[in-house]
Design a binder for this molecule. Structure first.
Ligand SMILES: C[S@@+](CC[C@H](N)C(=O)[O-])C[C@H]1O[C@@H](n2cnc3c(N)ncnc32)[C@H](O)[C@@H]1O
Length: 359
């Protein structure tokens, strides 16, 4: 039932380079929206939907290896429990039981995820792993009361075809990302993003119960700001420069770089909102951008290097082969130390936060 999609999970395991130890930037973005999620669940979730409701189902789409997903899920459960007891008088209260569905691509490190679950004595939910691409159905119809996804849908189901085609005007020749410098490249990415977002929303609309809430959060661009003007865009362009340097030293080839581009697209906020409105499967209860809580503090070079390494290792290894990642990120760290990021000069992405209600 799930459509096929290329899959590049975050760094597995729990060593120093793993996502487990290098996901505090994402966690901080999630924390920045926690109070909003609490409010929205209180105001917008109608628990009488399945009356008498005794099993409450939550899905985290693109959960990775933790620990962020555990934090998110616990926050949702705490809020639903308080709302449930507030909405019902204590004597007639049917206790809720929670089922949590952890979704990610089949080659995500589910072993680490399940090994590091909170201990059963503290865990208030039954856990299920759901391997499969969220660009397609992964759960039964009308089964989920709250869906959540954070830092996921900028990963497209694939690189737009023309972007790695030398004969196409949309060939992303000198870059490894959609940095918005070449109009044809941007357009090719936009088309893929629109398709993927449509499939994502339609699949979630089938899986959520009517009135169920879908919480979406991630990085996007403020309106009018192209990726190449942001420090995040600059970081990925610099990783591209390091690959070019490695090609000059014979460690990889220009040919290989020309055939590579990340399947990642950061929309501007109005573009994202427009896709959701146009799709029509959900009513937008809330959609806003918030500053990233870490943005005030200058992020250190080490932090940035480790964060991007945990995000990009799998895809870089798949295309360029084992053994290039150490060299690439050593070179990247050296470049950053020689030319530190001037956070005053660069613009930044923002966090988008949305709560959607299934029509
Ligand atoms: C940056 S991590 C975010 C993890 C977690 N949600 C968080 O906020 O820390 C992105 C995750 O999305 C997953 N992902 C990307 N495309 C996916 C797809 N098509 N289906 C399911 N998961 C996907 C990746 O495998 C990865 O685990």
């Amino acid at each position: 039932m799930s459509t096929s999609s290329h899959s590049y999970p975050m760094s597995s395991g729990d060593d120093q380079h793993s996502y487990v130890h290098n996901s505090s930037y994402q966690k901080s973005g999630i924390n920045g929206a926690e109070e909003k999620t609490r409010q929205c669940i209180f105001e917008k979730l109608d628990l009488q939907l399945n009356s008498p409701l005794s099993t409450f189902r939550i899905a985290d789409y693109g959960c990775s290896v933790g620990p962020n997903t555990f934090h998110v899920v616990q926050g949702i459960i705490d809020t639903v429990k308080s709302k449930h007891s507030e909405d019902n008088n204590e004597t007639s209260l049917v206790p809720l039981e929670f089922q949590v569905f952890f979704n990610d691509q089949p080659n995500n490190d589910f072993n680490t995820l399940f090994r590091t679950l909170p201990p059963s004595s503290e865990r208030e939910y039954f856990s299920f792993g759901v391997p499969g691409s969220f660009y397609g159905r992964v759960l039964p119809r009308n089964s989920i009361h709250i869906g959540h996804t954070s830092y996921t849908t900028h990963w497209l189901s694939k690189v737009p075809e023309n972007v790695c085609d030398k004969k196409s005007p949309a060939w992303n020749k000198n870059y490894i990302q959609c940095n918005n410098l070449i109009e044809e490249v941007t357009n090719a990415y936009k088309v893929q993003f629109t398709k993927d977002m449509g499939v994502f929303l339609e699949a979630r609309a089938e899986e959520l119960v009517p009135g169920g809430l879908m919480i979406v959060l991630g990085q996007c661009l403020p309106d009018g700001v192209p990726m190449y003007e942001t420090w995040q865009g600059h970081v990925v362009d610099t990783i591209g420069d390091c690959l070019m340097d490695m090609a000059k030293s014979g460690i990889t080839s220009g040919e290989k770089i020309g055939l590579f581009s990340f399947p990642v697209y950061f929309p501007q906020i109005s573009e994202l909102k427009g896709e959701i409105e146009q799709n029509g499967s959900f009513m937008i209860e809330r959609m806003e951008t918030i500053g990233h809580p870490m943005e005030d503090k200058a992020l250190t070079n080490d932090f940035i290097t480790s964060m991007f390494r945990a995000l990009l290792t799998t895809i870089i290894e798949e295309h360029f082969g084992d053994g290039v990642v150490d060299e690439l990120f050593d070179r990247f760290a050296k470049k950053l130390s020689e030319h530190p990021i001037d956070f005053e000069m660069w613009k930044t992405q923002v966090v988008y936060y949305g709560v959607l209600k299934r029509n």
